[in-house]
Design a protein around this ligand. Structure first.
Ligand code: ADP
Ligand code: MG
Length: 316
């Protein structure tokens, strides 16, 4: 890794620089294994990976909740070991777990956090933040009357109390219903337009694909991709058509344009093809020519699973 990322903030366009970051938990679990990546300033960066990949471990090292085993990290140019206070002041983290103090109202919670960060009374924006996350009418409610989604939104507001240039959301939509999800994303996009660098972790490619301009994939604690979203999604070469048939299948069809043919139901065949060599039309025509009585067709788009399988296969 080059030294540029650890220069003072005014000399870099990198929001978060991570260099050979490793975490081995007590008990021996290697949750992060030499991860090196740069989160550019100004974008929405997705950290993608299946459960247990190490996403939260990475985020929790940045927030100071987990102590790294080795490697370096710098937030907004501040090394987390050398300048922990500045590093912390530069980032707002919405944790995956809902940690919650039941004794304070949403307004009190934000005021308390503002106090902890040393935000002067005149500069606090608790009401503005509550409005932004749609909690104005719960301003003075008992915390225990908040739904799970409301608590999560309050956590977002909490992370923004000190107006950090970077916000990190760890699996923000786990357990959040669709309307709320849309609302949350609209707000995340707005923050980003206002100049906030956003990092989010998710195990849904679709979510990352819609929101992020850059996506990194980690698996078993290792970085296996870090690319502009369009490039990454384009890496999935394999697509599939799923054919529903009007009669039982006697023999699976074969054709040069097929990568793989599988019987996926009593009257269902899934044909995979390489999008560089064929398209859905070619595949359908070949299946029909092979005598299949096709009554319905759906296509399966490439998803994280596909990209992922390809990348892990390539890495093996
Ligand atoms: P993700 O957020 O991608 O789902 P995590 O960072 O939570 O992944 O976990 C990565 C790995 O580290 C998992 O195998 C998990 O079981 C393990 N792990 C997480 N936290 C701890 C801990 N406090 N002690 C021991 N192992 C842990
Ligand atoms: Mg996690």
């Amino acid at each position: 890794m080059t030294e540029k990322c650890f220069k003072p903030p005014f000399m870099t366009d990198i929001a978060i620089a991570i260099d050979a970051l490793t975490k081995v938990y007590a008990g021996g679990k290697r949750a992060l294994d030499g991860v090196t990546l740069d989160v550019p300033r100004g974008g929405i960066y997705g950290l993608l990976g299946p459960n247990g990949a190490g996403k939260s471990t990475l985020i929790n090292i940045l927030s100071g909740m987990v102590r790294k085993t080795s490697g370096r990290a710098a937030i907004w140019g501040f090394d987390i070991d050398e300048h922990p206070r500045n590093a912390k002041a530069s980032i707002g983290i919405v944790p995956q777990e809902i940690v919650f103090d039941p004794f304070f109202t949403p307004f009190e919670t934000l005021e308390l956090v503002a106090g902890l960060y040393g935000v002067a009374k005149g500069k606090r924006r608790s009401d503005e933040l509550l409005a932004a996350v749609g909690l104005s009418d719960k301003r003075d409610a008992y915390a225990r009357t908040l739904s799970g989604g409301m608590k999560r939104r309050l956590l977002v507001a909490k992370a923004l109390v000190h107006s950090p240039p970077i916000i990190v959301l760890d699996e923000p939509t786990a357990g959040v219903d669709i309307d709320l999800r849309e609302q949350l994303w609209a707000y995340v996009r707005q923050l980003n337009r206002e100049g906030v660098t956003v990092v989010l972790t998710t195990h849904y490619l679709e979510e990352a694909e819609q929101l992020c301009d850059r996506i990194a994939i980690i698996n078993h604690g290792k970085l296996i991709a870090d690319k502009p979203t369009r490039e990454l999604v384009g890496m999935a070469r394999e697509k599939a058509v799923v054919l529903t048939l009007g009669a039982d299948i006697s023999a699976l069809p074969d054709h040069g344009s097929f990568e793989k043919v599988e019987q996926t139901g009593p009257r269902e065949v899934t044909i995979s093809y390489n999008k560089d060599r064929a398209n859905a039309g070619d595949v359908l025509a070949a299946a029909a020519a092979a005598g299949l009585a096709i009554v319905d067709v759906s296509t399966r788009e490439a998803d994280l699973e596909d990209v992922f399988v390809q990348l892990t296969r390539a890495a093996a």
